[in-house]
Design a protein around this ligand. Structure first.
Ligand code: F6P
Length: 359
C-alpha cells in the first residue's frame, strides 16, 4: 500500500501533527508514504514528491507550519498560467495530476485542507482518486465537524492580544479595535472576544450599526469605564453594507477580506470624540506552536485518516463529533459552510454579560 499526503490552502497550527500521526500510523501498518509538496504542485511537475518515513516526521508535532509547504493558488482544475503577453489564463490540469498519481503508484491520498481543498478533493474523487480529507482551518468554517484543528491556537493567540490591549487601552482611555481573521465566519472573533471579555464583537453573521457600537462605548464612559475593546472579524460588515476587501489578490487566489478595523476605529472616533487605535492581528493567528488541544485533535485526525483509508472510506472527511472521530462524505460537508448561529449559547451568553454585537 502506498499513500500520499498533501497540505493545501492557508496553513494552520497542527498540520505537522496530522502529518506525523498519519505517517506513523501508515508506516506501522507496513505502508509506504509519499509527501506531495506545496498543495498538488508536487504532482504537476512544479515541486517534488518526497518519501515520508518515521524519521522524516520525528520531532515535528509541536511545530507550526507544514513540512510539506502549502499554497492557496494551486487548484488543479483552475491552475493559473501566465501567457506570453503577460495576461493570465486558468487551465484544468487535473488529468496531469491523475496520471502522475497513477505513475507513482499512489493507492490513496490524504488531503489536509479547508473548504477549498475539500471541494478540490471531491472533484478528484469523482475523477477516480481514492482520497480522504482532514479538516484544517483556523477559521473553523468547515461543516460536519465540531471544530477544525488550528482554530483553538488562533483563538488563544487572539485572547492573549486582547489581554495585552486591555492594559494599554485603559491607561490611555482609548478605544482599541482589533481585527481578527476568519474570512466570512465570525468564530475567531466571537470566541476570543467572549473569552477575552471584549466590549463589542462584530461578526459577519450579525451585521452591525455603527451608531449602536458608539452607544455601547458612550454607555461605558458614563459608567466610568473610559476605555473599550472592540474585536472585529475581518469579514464583518454594516447593515446594508459589504465586506471590506483588501485590493487585488494574486491569480488563482480568493478575494482578500480585511481592513475593517481601521474603518470602524475612524467612525467611532469621529462619532464619539474618543481617541481610537486599530490593529490587525493577521498572520500571527496562523503561526507558532499548536495548543495542546489542537495537537491532540490533529493527531487524532491523522490516525483516523489512515483508518479511513484502511476501511475504504474514500470521498470522506474525518470529523470531530465529540467524543468520537467519524467520517462524513465530502458532498455532505460541502452542502453549506459553517457559520456562527446568532442564537448559539456563546452569543446569548455574550449578550447576557453585556457584550454588544452592534445590532
Ligand atoms: O482561511 C484562513 C485565512 O487565514 C483567513 O482567515 C484569511 O482571510 C486568509 O486565510 C488569509 O489568507 P492569506 O494567507 O492568503 O493572506
Amino acid at each position: 500500500m502506498r499513500i500520499a499526503i498533501s497540505t493545501g490552502g492557508g496553513d494552520a497550527p497542527g498540520l505537522n501533527a496530522v502529518i506525523r500521526a498519519a505517517v506513523l500510523s501508515a508506516v506501522n501498518r507496513g505502508w509506504e508514504v509519499l509527501g506531495i509538496k506545496r498543495g498538488y504542485a508536487g504532482l504537476m511537475g512544479e515541486d517534488e514528491v518526497v518519501p515520508l518515513t518515521a524519521m522524516s516526521v520525528r520531532g515535528i508535532a509541536h511545530l507550526g507550519g507544514t513540512i510539506l509547504r502549502t499554497t492557496n493558488r494551486g487548484d488543479p482544475f483552475h491552475y493559473p498560467r501566465r501567457r506570453a503577453d503577460g495576461s493570465l489564463e486558468e487551465l484544468d490540469r487535473s488529468d496531469e495530476l491523475m496520471q502522475r498519481a497513477r505513475d507513482l503508484g499512489i493507492d490513496a491520498v490524504i488531503t489536509i485542507g479547508g473548504d477549498g481543498s475539500l471541494c478540490i478533493a471531491q472533484q478528484l474523487y469523482e475523477r477516480g482518486l481514492k482520497i480522504v480529507g482532514v479538516p484544517k482551518t483556523i477559521d473553523n468554517d468547515v461543516s460536519g465537524t465540531i471544530t477544525t484543528f488550528g482554530f483553538d491556537t488562533a483563538v488563544s493567540t487572539a485572547i492573549e492580544a486582547i489581554d495585552k490591549l486591555h492594559t494599554t487601552a485603559e491607561s490611555h482611555d482609548r478605544v482599541i479595535v482589533m481585527e481578527v481573521m476568519g474570512r466570512h465566519a465570525g468564530f475567531i472573533a466571537l470566541h476570543s472576544g467572549v473569552a477575552g471579555t471584549a466590549d463589542v464583537i462584530l461578526i459577519p453573521e450579525i451585521p452591525y450599526d455603527i451608531e449602536k457600537v458608539c452607544e455601547k462605548i458612550r454607555a461605558r464612559d458614563r459608567a466610568g469605564r473610559h476605555f473599550s475593546i472592540v474585536v472585529v472579524a475581518e469579514g464583518a460588515f454594516p447593515v446594508g453594507g459589504e465586506e471590506s476587501i483588501l485590493g487585488d489578490s494574486l491569480p488563482g487566489q480568493e478575494k482578500r477580506v480585511g481592513g475593517i478595523a481601521d474603518k470602524v476605529a475612524r467612525q467611532i472616533q469621529s462619532r464619539t470624540g474618543k481617541e481610537c487605535r486599530s490593529l490587525v492581528l493577521g498572520h500571527l493567528q496562523r503561526g507558532g506552536m499548536p495548543t495542546g488541544y489542537d495537537r491532540l485533535l490533529a493527531t487524532r485526525f491523522g490516525g483516523a485518516a489512515v483508518r479511513a483509508i484502511e476501511e475504504g472510506k474514500f470521498g470522506q472527511m474525518v470529523a470531530l463529533q465529540s467524543p468520537h472521530i467519524v467520517t462524513i462524505p465530502f458532498e455532505m460537508v460541502l452542502l453549506e459552510p459553517k457559520r456562527v448561529d446568532p442564537e448559539h449559547d456563546v452569543v446569548l451568553t455574550a449578550r447576557a454579560t453585556g457584550i454588544s454585537f452592534g445590532d
